[in-house]
Write a protein that binds this ligand. Sequence first.
Ligand code: 8YV
Length: 316
Amino acid sequence: DAARPALLLTGSVMEEVVERQLSGRFTLVPLEALNDSNAGAVEAIATRGKVKVDDALMARLPNLKIVGNFGVGYDTVDAAAAAKRGVIVTNTPDVLNEEVADLTLGLLLATVRQIPQGDRFVRSGQWTKGAFPLGPTLRDRTVGILGMGRIGKAIAKRLEAFSVPVVYHSRRPQADVAYRHYPDLVEMARAVDVLVAILPGGPATRHIINAEVLAALGANGILINVARGTVVDEAALLSALKSGTILAAGLDVFEDEPNVPEAFFALDNVVLLPHVGSATHFTRAAMGQLVVDNILSFFDGKGPLTPVAETPWPRG
Ligand code: 8YV
């Protein structure tokens, strides 16, 4: 149907939520099927994960109007280039805050209290030969949150309930929180023994957690990364874990995921997760629905619901 607008899918985006609802309105075009004869019909993109929606891709789509990103992080979409082309970019904020914060606390506790190590200890029959060794605690720690956005605040709230002091580093202090703000990340790393990364990825934050930050975090220090793999210098982290520069790490994200450096597998002081911060049926469905609602609202003339900061759109 030549009159129907097309929607480009860069990958599978919640088939049962997004693809089913949008197929009534758009001809769905998987990225592999994009060619010179259907590119002109593409007015929307639904995207997730690794595939980059960059200026080169957008240049092929002269009638592109909106990019709906499945995820709150949109580092794989060049939102500035989209803005120059007058293309709206939307993400899925808020609907995943509590889910990601839950997982963050789980990963923190798993790392500090060595929960996966304890599971391995029982399964391998070692318990019958002696007790599991005593380990570190959350009780004597201050947590420094790197990024005090919507999810950072949900993490902080949970830590308060755990009676754990919270401080944070972000470019600007947040008006609506009472936690101490550190303008300098290294200074905060020196003052805390847990660093939780929950800030956007992309070039501006690449390797913000480097060897210097890890050294400042120190020998009792624990790093939790639920943001993007790119925010950590992974080589520096590996050597800090091996040498005892820091104590342990809990990682949900990696620089080249799903490829995790094998060197991590040999270390007993890391807990490794396959990027599951928001990965539940409940929350992924809510994220998918928000992708759909953004695109349909826009094509109904009511504007996007959750445009990203780079998108020039009047906010209510
Ligand atoms: C991913 C996430 O989007 O929301 C984010 O920023 O990291 C995740 O929810 C999800 O893995 C989709 O690929």
